[in-house]
Write a protein that binds this ligand. Structure first.
Ligand code: ATP
Length: 371
């Protein structure tokens, strides 16, 4: 549905400074009907990527293909203007027009847009789009008299009224309060999935990305660091950056003894068996990534064996869903998330089990680049 190849984009430098490289060779492919997310910290190039796809910015080089036609290609000197790309877009500042009713806001692209609809089609299409976002009953209301969540739904209806093949959403939930954001997350995902619209979503919030996406591209400083399903990226990070960005983890520095799926690394707490990336060779400086939920508490009688370590409970915080537990192992601190029924107390000696398939061995340094 959407193919991005080797996108490079620079912005002119300000005040005599060098040009700023916002995208450095970005490539990815979005399957038809999927919910695809560009995730990353502020300034990593998510919005620039989206704007290049929308046609609001032009890349320096690269190819953007939608369906079977290219809409941008530096090689062929080809550029399809924004208004001919048949996209729906919703941005952070949802920009609905305050002097118009809900109905007129949604009708705008059909009445004044490039692809105008015959006048007898406007009303039924607007009402259908408003029904989709459950705002049919508010069609005649002036737009400013809506709540933030309702205004965001109007923006969504306006983006969908043309039945676009590709929907671009740039942080559409960030102006909403936390509770409404949760509801809208589910609503947006269910809606675009039921309509079968391919969606490209931009966010810096990893929880949002994990909960909504089929695929995630994680970006850093204009490059893709990792791409995969939320599960892959969370459970199988390829770098310290991904591990850190996607949630909490214990990071244990070490040296690789053996690579591959049955890898081993020597760390300060002892030898840890885990899954190592194919690029890692014995002797490499590595980091063993262990999520706090990955660690099990084994019976004290089973102190020996691979990936078992004696530990002592340092602190426990009861959080309801989980008990955040700090333990000391061989002079290092690890964090565990235990279930709230676990009966442990501070000072207690115990044995930790780190299942090897839950220990991910990544390079100690940041990845130089990846596609
Ligand atoms: P955020 O989450 O903060 O919106 P982002 O990941 O979407 O960040 P971009 O907006 O794509 O990042 O910006 C990427 C880089 O390009 C940043 O360093 C930014 O300062 C720079 N940049 C973006 N737009 C322009 C512009 N019009 N002129 C100059 N530099 C720009």
């Amino acid at each position: 549905m959407l193919l991005i190849e080797n996108l490079v984009k620079s912005y002119p430098g300000q005040h005599g400074q060098d040009a700023m490289l916002a995208l450095r060779d970005v490539s990815f492919k979005v399957e038809e009907g999927s919910f695809f997310t560009l995730l990353g910290p502020s300034g990593c190039g998510k919005t620039t990527t989206l704007q290049c796809i929308a046609g609001l910015e032009n890349p320096d080089t690269g190819v953007i293909q939608m369906g079977d036609r290219a809409v941008f290609s530096s090689r062929e000197n080809l550029l399809v203007p924004a208004n001919r790309r048949e996209l729906g877009m919703v941005f952070q500042s949802y920009a609905i027009w305050p002097h118009m009713s809900v109905f007129d806001n949604v009708a705008f692209p059909l009445v004044y847009g490039v692809k105008r609809a015959p006048s007898h089609e406007v009303r039924p299409r607007v009402l259908k789009a408003l029904e989709m976002v459950e705002l049919g009953h508010l069609a005649d209301r002036p737009a400013p008299l809506l709540s933030g969540g309702q205004q965001q739904r109007v923006a969504l209806a306006r983006a969908l009224v043309h039945e676009p093949r590709l929907l671009l959403l740039d942080e559409p939930l960030s102006n909403l309060d936390a509770k409404l954001r949760d509801t809208m997350r589910t609503e947006i995902r269910n809606l675009v999935k039921s309509l079968g619209i391919t969606t490209l979503f931009v966010t810096h919030d990893q929880v949002e990305a994990i909960g909504m996406s089929d695929q995630i591209v994680l970006m850093k400083a204009g490059k893709i660091v990792q791409q995969g399903s939320p599960r892959d990226i969370y459970l199988r990070p390829n770098s310290v950056f991904t591990a850190d960005f996607m949630g909490r983890s214990n990071l244990l520095p070490g040296v690789l003894e053996a690579g591959g799926a049955t890898g081993r690394a020597q760390t300060a707490i002892g030898l840890i068996s885990g899954v190592a990336g194919p690029e890692l060779a014995p002797g490499a400086q590595v980091m063993v990534v262990v999520r706090p939920q990955a660690i099990l508490v084994a019976p004290a009688t089973e102190a020996s064996g691979p990936n078992r370590f004696k530990a002592r409970v340092d602190a426990m915080t009861f959080l309801g869903d989980v008990v955040e537990t700090e333990v000391e192992v061989g002079g290092r601190k690890l964090t565990l998330m235990l279930d709230p029924y676990t009966a442990l107390s501070v000072g207690q000696e115990l044995v930790l089990e780190l299942p090897p398939e839950r220990c991910v061995i990544v390079p100690a340094d940041e990845p130089a680049s990846s596609g």
